[in-house]
Each structure stands twice: as structure tokens, then as C-alpha cells.
Write a protein that binds this ligand. Structure first.
Ligand code: MN
Length: 257
């Protein structure tokens, strides 16, 4: 099995090393990751300057590794297009330090690296440690080591994108298949004054912990993690609101000129 690993915390991140360590016995691993932290860069790509990929070493591992001076999406795109000798069977992204839950998946570089795999026709899994206080990546790594063979055995559909969030606890209570929750923030901007008297803003904010309840027999990723369960949310690239297509037909029955 050929595994392409990327992340958004950068090639030197501890979570990346734990992920490499967790899956290195499952197959052939190649790492292509940003040369520095690129968290919250979403699905941005680099088009206004050249990209450089530098062959590097991850201390303690004998896996082919590349550091790219671009975004997570750049890394996966470049890996698939040029750096990899053979196409991957699976793209893995993580292990991110911090949650990637609910609406935040749209801002997430971790999820975007995985999504870039799916865009190019490869199944992908994004993994995050859903805590900043608890920084032991080993429960998440141990889970991925068991998850990948199970997935492979069941077959890996080309458009499969799983967003995995592991709670910050030594022993998660179990696994829940979830839908994306709502992740709203309060006190989003801090408004401050710089030494020259000018106003600046610092985006931070606290997530508002709201119970979302069950819908379609499925709870949210936010609630699963809050209750110490590992959350697996299947995501899809297609953002089309199919329910509205029929409702909007009235916009097509007049002469647009
Ligand atoms: Mn990150």
C-alpha cells in the first residue's frame, strides 16, 4: 500500500512524526509537507510565485520526505503531479494539533490537504487531535494504525474523504460516525491599539458550545468529541445544494437580455 502523508502544521510537527510512525509498517510512505506551519490556510494554492520542493529527512525515519514552501494543497497537488514515482493508494493528512470540527473544516489546511487528494481521484483521511491542552498524539496514532487496514479491506472508494477527530483523552470511549456540527465563535476579534495609536484586530475567539442534537439518526462531530468519542465524518467535495435546483427553475423562464 502506498501512502502519501501531508499536514498543515509543517514537516517538523510532532503530529506528523507520530502519523508516519503509526502507518510506516502498513506500506510504503512518502511525506510531502509544508516547510513551516500553514494552519488555517484552507484550500489556498500558490500561483503568484514559484514553488520549491526540498528533499529532506525526518529524524528517526527512513521515509522519502519533501519540504515544500507552499500550502498543504500545494504539497498534495505537487506530490501527485511530480514528486511521487507512483500514484498513492491513500492520502493521509495530520495528525493536526487542534480540532477540525464543523464549519471549521472550510478553514482547515489539514482537511484541505486531504480534499486535494480526493480532487485528484485518491481516497483521503484527515486526522486531528481535538485538543490543545492534551498533547499526546499516541491515541490518535494508534487509532489510525487500526483504521487504515480496516478501510483498505472494505475497499477505498476514489471519492472517500474521512475527517477524523480524536478527543484529548488517553482512552476514547468509542467511535461515532457523525455529521458536521455548527461551530460558532464568540468574542471573535480582539480590538487593540498599537504603540503608534492605530487600531488593529486579532482574530481568535472561543467556540460556542451548543448541543446540535441528532439529525438523520446522526449526531455531530462537535458533540462526539465533547463526549470523548472519536468522530469520523464522511465529507464530499460537491457543495451543490441539490434541493434548491428545482426551486430555482423559475429564474430560467424569462429572457435574460
Ligand atoms: Mn494545523
Amino acid at each position: 500500500m502506498r501512502l502519501l502523508i501531508s499536514n498543515d502544521d509543517g514537516i517538523h510537527a510532532r503530529g506528523l512524526r507520530v502519523l508516519v510512525d503509526s502507518v510506516s509498517t502498513l506500506g510504503e510512505v512518502v511525506v510531502v509537507a509544508p516547510d513551516r506551519e500553514r494552519s488555517a490556510t484552507g484550500h489556498s494554492i500558490t500561483v503568484h510565485r514559484p514553488l520549491r520542493a526540498k528533499k529532506t529527512r525526518i529524524p528517526g525515519f527512513e521515509v522519502e520526505s519533501w519540504a515544500v514552501d507552499g500550502t498543504p494543497a500545494d504539497c498534495v497537488k505537487l506530490a501527485i503531479e511530480d514528486l511521487l514515482a507512483d500514484p498513492p493508494d491513500l492520502v493521509l493528512s495530520g495528525i493536526n494539533l487542534g480540532p477540525n470540527l464543523g464549519t471549521d473544516v472550510l478553514y482547515s489546511g489539514t482537511v484541505s490537504a486531504a480534499m486535494e487528494g480526493v480532487i485528484n481521484g485518491f481516497p483521503a483521511v484527515a486526522v486531528s487531535l481535538a485538543s490543545y491542552c492534551y498533547q499526546d498524539f499516541s491515541p490518535a496514532g494508534g487509532f489510525i494504525r487500526k483504521l487504515i487496514p480496516r478501510l483498505a479491506q472494505a475497499g477505498l472508494p476514489r471519492n472517500m474523504l474521512l475527517n477524523v477527530n480524536v478527543p484529548g483523552t488517553e482512552r476514547p470511549l468509542g467511535v461515532k460516525i457523525t455529521r458536521l456540527g455548527n461551530r460558532r465563535y464568540v468574542n471573535i476579534f480582539e480590538k487593540r491599539t498599537d504603540p503608534r495609536g492605530r487600531i488593529y484586530y486579532w482574530l481568535a475567539g472561543e467556540p460556542l458550545e451548543a448541543e446540535d442534537g441528532e439529525e438523520g439518526g446522526c449526531g455531530t462531530d462537535v458533540d462526539a468529541v465533547k463526549n470523548n468519542y472519536i468522530s469520523i465524518t464522511p465529507l464530499q467535495l460537491d457543495l451543490t445544494d441539490y434541493a434548491s435546483i428545482e426551486k430555482l427553475k423559475f429564474l430560467t423562464d424569462f429572457n435574460p437580455g
